[in-house]
Ligand binder design. Structure first.
Ligand code: KG4
Ligand code: ZN
Length: 343
C-alpha cells in the first residue's frame, strides 16, 4: 500500500458502495464532483413487513450490487481501470447486508490493484455536506440525525471530531418510525409523518425533549411514550382526535430542539458554519427551521440535498475521499461491523 500512498492524486476518481441497510447504492466521484449516483432499493418489499428484514436485505443486495455498480460506472463514463480507489461501508449496519457490499468492493479493489477504503456509515452522512459545497472546510458544527444516531458534533478537521452531545435512547429517525406506526403510517415513517404533519397544527401538548439544564443531551423515549399515551387515551375514551395534529405536534417537538441546539453549539464553539446529515435532515420542516435560525445568527448553513441525506453511495465516496487524502486505507482483511462507534 505504501507505493499507492506516494502517488496519491489530489482529485482521485473514487467508487463508493453502500449496502448497510435496505439500499444497494454505488456512486462515482472525481474530487468532490459527483459523476454518478445510483440506488436500487428494497424498501418497497421491506415495507410489507413494517421494517427491514435482514435476510431479505442481504439477498436483495446480492442481486443488485453488480448491476448498481455497472450502472454507476456507465453513467459516470468511467472504465473500471480508471478508478483510483474503492470506498465501501463496513459498519455500522446489518452484518449480512454489509458483507455483500464489502466483499464485492474487496474483490474489485484487489482485482484492480487499487486501495480499499472502509467507511463508517455515519461518517459518510457527515461527509455528504462536502459534496454540496466544494469549498466547505472545517471547523464547523454538524447536526447528525438518522435512523440510528442523533448527535451534535464539533468537526475540527476532516478527520477530527468532538461529540458535544446526542440522544440517550432512540435516535430521531427511530422515533419518527415508531410514531408512524402509532399513526398507522407505513415504513419508513419519517417522510409519511412529515406529509401528514403538513395537514395539521402543532396543537397537542407534548413533553420537552431536553434532559437537564442546557447541554446537548436528548431523549426521545418520553416524547414517544407521550404520543402513544395520547392516542390510546383518546381511543379508549372514544374521543375525536386528529392524526395530522399529532404528527405536526410530534414533528415540532422532535425537531425544533435539534435545530436550536445545533445553532447554539455553533455560537458556543465560535464557528461560522453549520452542516447536517442523515435521513431526518431530509425533513422539510427541519431544513426550514435550520435555515431560519442560521440566517438569524448570520451562520452559513450547508445542507446536503435530500437524496444525499438518506442512504446513498455518493456520501460514502465523499468520506472515502477524506480518507484517501489522509492516506487512511484499509487492509483486505477488513471485516464488517454491526456496531461501530462514531468517533
Ligand atoms: O440515514 P438514513 O437513511 O438511514 C440510517 O442510517 O439510519 O435514515 C433513515 C431514517 C428513518 O428513520 C426515516 O424515517 C428517517 O430517516 N427519515 C425522515 C425523513 N426521511 C427519512 N425523518 C423525518 N422526516 C423525513 N422526511
Ligand atoms: Zn444512513
Amino acid at each position: 500500500m505504501s507505493d499507492i500512498v506516494l502517488c496519491k492524486k489530489q482529485n482521485p476518481i473514487i467508487l463508493g458502495i453502500e449496502s448497510s441497510c435496505d439500499e444497494t447504492a454505488a456512486a462515482v466521484i472525481c474530487g468532490r464532483k459527483i459523476l454518478s449516483d445510483e440506488i436500487i432499493s428494497s424498501a418497497e418489499v421491506q415495507a410489507l413487513y413494517g421494517g427491514v428484514v435482514p435476510e431479505i436485505a442481504s439477498r436483495a443486495h446480492t442481486d443488485a450490487v453488480d448491476e448498481v455498480t455497472a450502472r454507476a460506472l456507465k453513467k459516470a463514463g468511467i472504465e473500471r481501470g480508471e478508478l483510483d480507489a474503492v470506498a465501501v461501508t463496513y459498519g455500522a449496519g446489518l452484518l449480512g447486508a454489509l458483507l455483500v457490499g464489502l466483499s464485492f468492493a474487496k474483490g474489485l479493489a484487489y482485482g484492480l490493484g487499487i486501495p480499499l477504503i472502509g467507511v463508517n456509515h455515519i461518517r459518510g452522512h457527515l461527509a455528504a455536506a462536502y459534496l454540496e459545497d466544494e469549498t466547505l472546510k472545517p471547523p464547523f458544527v454538524t447536526l447528525l440525525a438518522s435512523g440510528g444516531h442523533t448527535a451534535i458534533l464539533h468537526v475540527k478537521t476532516e478527520t477530527e471530531f468532538e461529540a458535544l452531545g446526542g440522544t440517550l435512547d432512540d435516535a430521531a429517525g427511530e422515533a419518527f418510525d415508531k410514531v408512524a406506526r402509532v399513526l398507522s403510517l407505513p415504513y419508513p415513517g419519517g417522510p409519511h409523518v412529515e406529509a401528514l404533519a403538513r395537514e395539521g397544527k402543532s396543537s397537542v401538548s407534548l413533553p420537552k425533549m431536553l434532559k437537564g439544564e442546557g447541554g446537548y443531551i436528548f431523549s426521545y423515549s418520553g416524547l414517544k411514550t407521550a404520543v402513544i399515551n395520547y392516542v390510546h387515551n383518546k381511543e379508549q375514551r372514544g374521543e375525536e382526535w386528529s392524526r395530522a395534529d399529532v404528527a405536526a405536534s410530534f414533528q415540532s417537538a422532535a425537531l425544533d430542539i435539534l435545530a436550536e441546539k445545533a445553532v447554539e453549539a455553533a455560537i458556543e464553539r465560535k464557528v461560522s458554519t453549520v452542516t447536517a446529515g442523515g435521513g431526518v435532515i431530509a425533513n422539510g420542516y427541519l431544513r426550514e427551521k435550520l435555515s431560519a435560525l442560521c440566517g438569524a445568527e448570520g451562520l452559513k448553513l450547508v445542507l446536503p440535498e435530500k437524496k444525499h441525506c438518506t442512504d446513498n453511495a455518493a456520501m460514502i465516496a465523499s468520506e472515502g475521499l477524506v480518507r484517501y487524502r489522509a492516506g487512511l486505507f484499509s487492509p483486505l482483511s477488513l471485516n464488517a461491523e454491526a456496531y461501530l462507534p462514531l468517533l
